[in-house]
Design a protein around this ligand. Sequence first.
Ligand SMILES: [Zn+2]
Length: 312
Amino acid sequence: MTTQLPVNALTVDVEDYFQVSAFAPHIARSEWTSRECRIERNMDRLLDLFERHAVKATFFTLGWIAERYPRIVRDLVDAGHEVASHGYGHERAHDQTPEAFLADIRLAKMILEDLSGQEVRGYRAPSFSIGSRNPWAFDALERAGYRYSSSVYPVRHDHYGTPDAPRFAHCIGGIVEIPPTTVRFQGRNWPASGGGYFRLLPYTLSRALLRRVNTVDGQSGVFYMHPWEIDAGQPRVPGVGVKSRFRHYLNLARTETRLARLLADFSWGRMDRVFARQLAQPETLQGVQFNDGSAQRSAESGTLGRSQPKPC
Ligand SMILES: [Zn+2]
């Protein structure tokens, strides 16, 4: 049934429940080492599920996690998944100086390449924190040796998003940006790529949205999730506001079952394989630059997405 449709990219952001950005005001970075860590058992469950469905995926992995749990990286390589980078310390890109950001993404790449024995080509910013505020991040990614990013979410959201950014793969300087999937409806982009929306929406609606991207747009989708989203037994973080609590804990017990249906209903693959053509021939993609062509200067006033095409 799905053989005529594009293959979608399945992606996982490898971090533990206490590292999510919404909890950062409640859990100091210095407390990470004293928290109960559940990443290994959740990764084991995910890898079992993916194996049962014969699915390969891309894992944007935190350097902090890889350093402490190197078995996770070895298991990913052994199972044929793509190891990619989620940075080292899960600090939002736009909260860092360009120099600190560059150091963070270089450190993560080095750790992940040492452990995997493979080149790490892909990067995803914590909380999709690259956009019109910090276009210099693409220059940093290029300097650090990355080839692609999946960090600019072309939606309106209170914590992230660049609503006028392109919806599909494009290039910015030497980096191919492959955004999380959206659907276009009533003149706006709506998220259709996983995370909290997958837990919030009825499964049939999530499936219809992704199918629309495959059929109407004729494009591959990019779905994302986190290992803690299948962990209903994770410790509750006290003091978290109502909105963040709702977003984080909603429907955790149902996610694994829904995910199994999603894996069965569509064709899935790793980012580097689903988008192999775009990565091999970035010059064929729409080029995007910031409005004055200078990433550093446009960091103050640039508007990604309304900018002029630029050859890669
Ligand atoms: Zn993250």
